[in-house]
Design a protein around this ligand. Structure first.
Ligand SMILES: *Cc1c(COP(=O)(O)O)cnc(C)c1O
Length: 392
């Protein structure tokens, strides 16, 4: 079968499933059908739109209750949350931090903000998360432990931490990674930006390391406009995060006194208000997304040449974004499919360009990234917004 035939067939399947709307179907869009307007309006009516107001702590409590992770600190976006997480993990200029090459650029940028260097690791085919066996092999070959610190023998720099990403909401092998972290003295920071509502062995993602991170950007499963959160099981660390993200101001009724260089990373009250309303909708959004995922899985189940990515065994995914995986890498097919789908009003996207190939990260240390490039040339993301779940 030639390429254009294949593309026509994929488009027909997608068209049957979602293509009969009279507006363009985006890859993802927010859905505001709850108390969003009421809560945001109450901020505007009261004047409490910024750094004071009740919605921030309410939003933090709603996230803690939902995830079962006891301490939550809301911040301006997921990137800022990653930045602070790395500072709290003690990452310093000159350190290396293990980061997947296959992730949104923010994961690596946060490392660079600390003056540290991302050290890129490969993904596996199964869930697009870090390839545990390959990481272990690479660390055993290229590092030594000196005074309890993992040193990269090639660069002589300390490797301090690792940031796994639950790509598209699918939890990666956290047990395997925890074992590696113990053996190599690495701090685990979970980038759970895409996995609010995803569980690894019945526990919500974001609590398997020292710190977890969420994002509430406009394209995530819930949104605050822009926003993020830090997740902790340790109360002291959470208090330190709150202090650092609120300009390190020492509480006092009248004085401005700050005891270190803090960040203005606090989530504004008006954004938290939006978030409170969205959290009320989250269980429904997850149901819709899982339903939509099953529809995609069924629609493509007869094909030999591609499949829809499924949640790994022992996990429950929020299916934030659905992905089609080609059996064989084919960049030109992906590009043509995206282009043609656009003409049919269907928003498809490719995967992130592997970060090690971006100009600012080309010089960074990395392990063999064969699977990352393989999956980059095999993966297409499918429209997955919560309102799509409504139409089915
Ligand atoms: C969305 C996202 C982030 C954070 O993004 P912000 O826009 O800063 O909230 C970080 N990592 C991953 C993998 C993401 O998808």
């Amino acid at each position: 079968m030639n390429q254009s035939n294949a593309i026509e067939q994929y488009l027909a399947i997608l068209g049957d499933l979602i293509g009969t709307q009279n507006k363009e179907i985006p890859l993802h869009e927010p859905l505001f059908v709850g108390n969003e307007w009421e809560y945001v309006k109450s901020c505007i009516d009261s004047g409490w739109v910024s750094s004071v107001g009740e919605y921030v702590s309410l939003f933090e409590k709603k996230i803690a209750d939902f995830t079962g992770i006891p301490y939550v600190v809301a911040v301006v976006n997921g990137t800022a949350a990653l930045h602070v997480a790395l500072i709290l993990a003690g990452v310093q200029p000159g350190d290396e931090v293990l980061v997947p090459s296959l992730t949104f650029v923010a994961t690596a940028n946060a490392v660079a903000y600390c003056g540290a260097t991302p050290h890129f690791v490969d993904c596996n085919q199964k869930d697009l998360g870090i390839d545990i066996a390959k990481l272990e092999h690479s660390l055993s070959e290229s590092t030594i432990i000196k005074n309890g610190i993992c040193i990269n023998k090639n660069t002589q720099k300390p490797i301090k931490a690792v940031i796994p990403v639950h790509v598209f909401g699918h939890p990666m092998d956290l047990d395997g990674l925890q074992t590696i972290c113990e053996k190599y003295h690495l701090t685990l920071i979970e980038d759970a930006s895409e996995s609010l509502g995803s569980y690894y062995k019945d526990l919500h993602t974001g609590q398997f390391g020292k710190i977890g991170v969420l994002s509430f950007n406009g394209n995530k499963i819930i949104t605050t406009g822009g926003g993020g959160a830090l997740l902790f099981t340790d109360k002291k660390l959470a208090e330190r995060a709150k202090h650092l993200t609120t300009t390190a101001k020492v509480p006092h009724p009248s004085d401005y006194y700050h005891d270190e260089i803090g960040f203005n990373y606090r989530l504004p009250n008006i954004n938290a208000a939006l978030g409170c309303a969205q959290m009320e909708q989250l269980p429904k959004f997850i149901d819709k997304k899982r339903h939509l995922a099953q529809r995609y899985i069924d629609a493509f189940s007869n094909r030999q040449d591609l499949y829809v990515l499924k949640e790994p065994l022992g996990t429950k995914s929020n299916y934030w974004l659905n992905a089609l995986i080609l059996q064989t890498p084919n960049r030109s097919l992906i590009n043509q499919l995206i282009e043609k789908a656009k003409h049919n009003g269907i928003g498809l996207r490719g995967l992130w360009t592997p970060l090690d190939s971006l100009p600012m990260y080309q010089h960074c240390p990395k392990m063999d990234l064969t699977t990352t490039y393989d999956m980059f040339n095999r993966t297409i993301s499918l429209p997955s917004g919560p309102s799509l779940g409504n139409l089915l």
